[in-house]
Design a protein around this ligand. Sequence first.
Ligand SMILES: Cc1ncc(C[n+]2csc(CCOP(=O)(O)OP(=O)(O)O)c2C)c(N)n1
Length: 578
Amino acid sequence: MTPPPITDQSGAAVIARFLKARGVQRVYGLCGGHIMPIWMRLDAEGIRIVDVRDERAAVYMAHAEAQLTGRLGVALVTAGPGVTNAMTGIANAHVARAPVLVLSGLPPTAQENRGALQDIVHTDLVRGITRYARTVRHPDLIPQELAEAAARAQGIGGEAGPVYLDFPVDTLRGEVCRAVQLPEYFSPAAALPQPPHPTQVQAAVELLWSAKRPLFISGRGAQGAGPALSALLSRLNAAYLDTGESRGLVSDDHPSVVGAMRGTVMGQADLVITVGRRLDFQLAYGSPAVFGDARFLRIADCAAELRDNRHGDLGMLCNPALALQAILDAAPARAPAGDAAWLAGLREQHLKRSDKLAASMREAPAGTDGRMHPNRVLAALREALPADAVVVADGGDFLSFARVGLPATTYLDPGSLGCIGVGTAFGIAASLVYPERTVVVATGDGAFGFNAMEIDTAVRHGAPILVVVANNGSWAIEVRDQQETHGKVVGTHLQFADHAAMARAFNLHAERVEQPEDLPGAIARALQQMAQGRPALLDVIVTPEAASSDAKSGLAWVPDLQPLGAWNEAEQKWRAAA
Ligand SMILES: Cc1ncc(C[n+]2csc(CCOP(=O)(O)OP(=O)(O)O)c2C)c(N)n1
């Protein structure tokens, strides 16, 4: 008996047409019977299927694409283990508030709850980590459910984030009534402009122009606000800190950029302005123990970035780019109130520290084991990479070194879920989104292992990324925590495995590097191969003895009140004093 055909009016065909109409160019997925109708219809519509080796990677890639482009990222995973494998990726997109649509299948309705192959209630599993999670049991509901899911993912009427839909196979094969295929479901939903309220703009102007030491901190929600933010920083003599969520938004050359003085400026500011940024663990939860009696101005388009931990003196629920522009327009003639000498002093120290770091990285000493310092790898990459290279950082200690040591205008990392293992998948998506740019994935050997198999996807899909594995034969940041906190090392050593041999097995250009002087040549050869469209991997042996700032700050041992040791102590004192 042959299965029924997947017609032009089938549920699967309508899903593919919907995605095409919404401008989706790529769907990341791993095949299976329960989603085959959608898979084949995507191909028929000319949507590129990027077939991966683990569903988790498919969602990571959709997430990276969404974060890089601001558009919907789409992953297609099969029923049962396809969905459970995808869940870490969905959780990561949830925490990152990335607009990702995850699609899956289910056994046919007539077999529901009878012990069918891969029969499990997916929506129960993903509900807590999605903005919308539904099973679509009738073909006629498909257009409106897709439109609703896409709108929720993009934060229209709520907070952006992942959404999930699945379809019993008979729904995919069944025909969708033409009458319900309304054009309005297929045309992209217009995001609301969300302008700020004029009264709040005026209040913000008063706050901003009364501050002597204003500090702006940007995050995810600041996308598109770069020009207005840069102009406002100059108008106010304000200091600026970026975060991993918004690297590249303000040029490193801007006199307000003081990233190397993070701790100092957080303690000195008298007004902190968050632009689309949560006051999460990376910002000491906005605690007065760290920020003193600074006032807060929160500007965001969603609740999570508006009043998490601190409501502040003013919270503006609106589009942050529009808010900053409105503030600029409302105060055309005012001289800056910000203390120019304060800012200039911070900037000078920032530049000094940054130069000192760059110089020390080039000469960082080897460990007592004779193996090179991870900063030597980063210094060599700094020399060789073009200015517009996309950097993906991943790992424990190595992520921490790379975050500060490898400047980039476009940057991705595991984010505040601490979701290590995203590196290769994020890199592949970045390379597909920006085929003309160099993409480098700087990863620890532990982090690389999670989705190492995706190097195969990179080769098959012509994503010429450079994966640099900092191979220290361990989960080093955890080793150090065990040594220092518990006096014993257990279950945290890996092999100094030959990742280059593994990569060659999948047809990458690959080399192992053990001496710092061999790095420039190896990187140059890798870049040459990448220019021919071939991904490359460098397996660089580094010492596990180099302690990163994250290791020294106490992040690894998870203090009780604050994420870092010093902040924890400050918080204890502050609470005790009350
Ligand atoms: C999925 C996941 N598992 C475990 C952890 C805990 N963890 C954080 S950093 C780290 C070590 C990473 O090791 P590696 O990538 O080799 O980098 P290194 O510290 O050696 O530079 C671990 C296990 C995590 N954050 N995420």
